[in-house]
Design a protein around this ligand. Structure first.
Ligand code: AMP
Ligand code: FES
Ligand code: ZN
Length: 316
């Protein structure tokens, strides 16, 4: 006989959550999922229940589940979906369609930054630059900057991203092994703005295991992207994730224990990590540790590569 749900005691259990010692039916799982989002937001004081909040939505399962879950958990708040169309051939169009489908379904405002249309290049163009082997890292810098631009356009003080428990713990491990303390500190649940007028960056899924984002999408019929980014590659982060899975096999609480330890460590580290001296980027005016910020430097490089390529191409 199938087990019954540990919460409602009536429906058949479909989801096993060993770290919580629960077996839940689909309905109770969805409640469990959205309640955890609500508690995380409240415990870390991410925003008020009637705030206007920007949600960075990529089209992937995590951020799509986040937007849906936040709407369920905070019906009085106003959410704006923020999407960066990266112009990646065979991928970005698909992501954008899924995001448009979800905002329509949830009746949520959408603000899009279209890289190709607004800046005249796409992430694919980094293939022709010194970033050819590190397209993802260049893309990360571009996205982080554009999230701020989008939040400014949408007039939101808070920016929520879909980083989940697995993402955060594996990035923490990575930064720990590389002794990159300043980056480790930046993984905290609420990251204060570097300068006034910038956003508070919050991670409402910091306590949510990645596989539960997928389950929540499936149970709630949330559309999400089925394509993978052509520039994604298996890196060290992936290997750290595999180590994490291995260590979690005998101890389902392992990732939570790691998270708790890191969260305790962060305030101690913060006292020791030197804050970068910031000034305004000479090109865009955003905070930067050098004369020209990382975003503007990459934009310059990619535009130069495009110009050189176009000059070399025969005119048709
Ligand atoms: P990633 O760094 O690709 O793992 O993404 C981490 C988080 O950044 C996602 O959960 C989203 O909240 C946000 N994000 C990533 N890509 C985009 C995008 N193209 N547009 C909007 N948000 C994004
Ligand atoms: Fe940025 Fe793949 S989404 S390189
Ligand atoms: Zn700049």
């Amino acid at each position: 006989m199938p087990a019954t749900c540990s919460r409602c005691r009536s429906a058949a259990a479909e989801v096993n959550l060993p770290y919580a010692k629960l077996r839940l039916c689909a309905r109770c799982f969805k409640d469990f999922y959205t309640n955890r989002i609500r508690r995380t937001v409240e415990d870390f004081k991410m925003f008020r229940s009637d705030d206007r909040v920007g949600v960075a939505v990529s089209g992937g399962k995590d951020s799509m589940a986040l937007l849906h879950g936040l709407k369920e958990a905070f019906p009085a708040a106003e959410f704006v979906a923020l999407h960066v169309d990266l112009g990646i051939r065979g991928y970005s169009e698909h992501c954008r369609e899924k995001v448009e489908e979800l905002v329509e379904m949830l009746d949520v405002e959408l603000e899009v930054f279209d890289l190709q249309r607004e800046l005249g290049f796409s992430i694919d163009d980094f293939k022709d630059t010194l970033y050819r082997r590190k397209v993802c890292s260049a893309c990360g810098t571009i996205k982080r900057h554009l999230f701020e631009v989008l939040a400014g356009r949408a007039k939101t003080r808070v920016l929520a991203t879909g980083h989940n428990l697995d993402d955060v713990v594996s990035m923490m491990l990575n930064n720990f092994f590389n002794r990159n303390w300043s980056q480790l500190v930046r993984l905290k649940p609420v990251l204060e703005p570097l300068m006034p007028n910038q956003t508070f960056k919050v991670k409402p899924l910091i306590k949510t295991p990645e596989d539960e984002d997928l389950l929540y999408c499936l149970y709630s019929e949330i559309p999400f992207r089925e394509e993978n980014c052509p520039h994604a590659h298996v890196g060290r982060l992936r290997r750290n994730r595999e180590t994490l899975e291995y260590l979690s096999k005998d101890n389902p609480n392992f990732k939570y224990q790691m998270l708790r330890t890191f969260l305790k460590l962060i305030p101690i580290l913060e006292g020791h990590v030197e804050k970068p001296k910031l000034r305004k980027c000479e090109v865009c005016g955003y905070p930067s540790s050098s004369q020209i910020c990382a975003f503007c430097r990459r934009v310059r490089i990619v535009k130069e590569a495009r110009r050189t390529r176009n000059k070399g191409e025969p005119r048709l």
